[in-house]
Design a protein around this ligand. Structure first.
Ligand code: AVJ
Length: 310
């Protein structure tokens, strides 16, 4: 091996941990390096990937109705503030906000988002917070009401315990008055699977990029041609699972360790949980919320839930 380059010790630790488990697994947060984020942007434009465009349409058509759930003078706190297209749909309607607080793990991304929004909304204070939203977020009590915003169905990436913990965490924010959450809805299996296994192979490239990334950042020697993208619907758990399936018996070197794969063995890379309005209301109730409103599209592909504290 050439000089072993460990550019990302946290990824190394996570890979060694996840790939030593049975079944093997990786956290979906590792998809999003520059290459993966660009691939995700392409996914959102695919004909088969309905969530992004459907949620955008719901927010656009429902902005006025959503605004009625946001008290005057509220601070809007957005988790994982991604591309700000959806945010703008709300900000255009929410004229009485006291501040917009984008929360994202990437400080450089946040800076760019804040800069662009500041020029569009010159009178709105923008106070970015660099944090991992899957960990408890401490917000100061500033006496004003707060509303959380978590679009993109990213909540669906968390397992039920993680989702409950996140919703409980937001419930405990000082001044909390509501939580607007985007969720993907249960539908026929073919539509669901196609959204995660598109004809152009963009989602396959997104999944396989994880192996390229481990080669780039932690000196692993994956041969991505010997793995295949798989997307399956797990009806029992109401989730789409993404896996990388080993096409041969093979071993891969990662730092000090040799990881062995049987032919057909997979790395489980992502869960994307789907809900019904009822199953989501139940999950939210376990975290101290009630469903105050529920916006959906005509075909009921996607939902935007408005939660109110119980
Ligand atoms: C960004 C988590 C909402 O689960 O649909 C898209 C990520 N993975 N295609 C999703 C994703 C494969 C996406 N989220």
């Amino acid at each position: 091996m050439d000089a072993l380059v460990i550019r990302n010790p946290e990824l190394l630790a996570d890979a060694l941990r996840g790939l030593s488990q049975t079944p093997k697994r990786m956290e979906p947060k590792w998809f999003y390096d520059a290459e993966g984020s660009a691939l995700f942007e392409r996914i959102t434009e695919l004909p088969e990937y309905y969530p992004t465009r459907t949620e955008t349409a719901i927010l656009s058509a429902g902005a006025h109705r959503l605004a009625s759930h946001v008290p005057e003078g509220a601070e809007l706190v957005e988790l994982g503030s991604g591309a700000s297209v959806k945010t703008r749909l709300l900000l255009d309607r929410l004229e009485g906000l006291s501040a917009y607080v984008p929360v994202d793990i990437s400080a450089s991304f946040l800076k760019e988002t804040a800069r662009r929004l500041a020029s569009s909304y010159p009178r709105l204070p923008i106070r970015p917070v660099a944090a991992d939203f899957t960990r408890p977020l401490r917000l100061d009590d500033e006496g004003h009401p707060r509303v959380g915003f978590f679009p993109g169905s990213t909540l669906g990436n968390l397992d039920p315990d993680g989702a409950r913990a996140l919703m409980r965490g937001v419930r405990d924010w000082p001044g909390i008055r509501g939580f607007i959450v985007g969720i993907d809805l249960i539908k026929d299996e073919e539509t669901l699977v196609r959204a995660y296994d598109d004809a152009a192979g963009v989602t396959a490239a997104f999944n396989l990029n994880l192996l390229h990334r481990m080669n780039r950042e932690i000196g692993a020697d994956f041969d991505p041609d010997r793995f295949a993208h798989r997307a399956i619907w797990n009806a029992d758990k109401a989730r789409i699972e993404m896996h990388l399936e080993s096409l041969a018996a093979q071993s891969v070197q990662i730092g000090p360790r040799t990881i062995r794969f049987a032919k057909g063995e997979t790395i489980h890379t992502e869960n994307s949980h789907k809900f019904s309005p009822e199953s989501f209301a139940l999950r939210a109730a376990e975290a101290g919320w009630r469903l105050a409103d529920f916006l959906t599209d005509e075909a009921q592909m996607f939902g935007v839930a408005v939660l109110a504290p119980v």
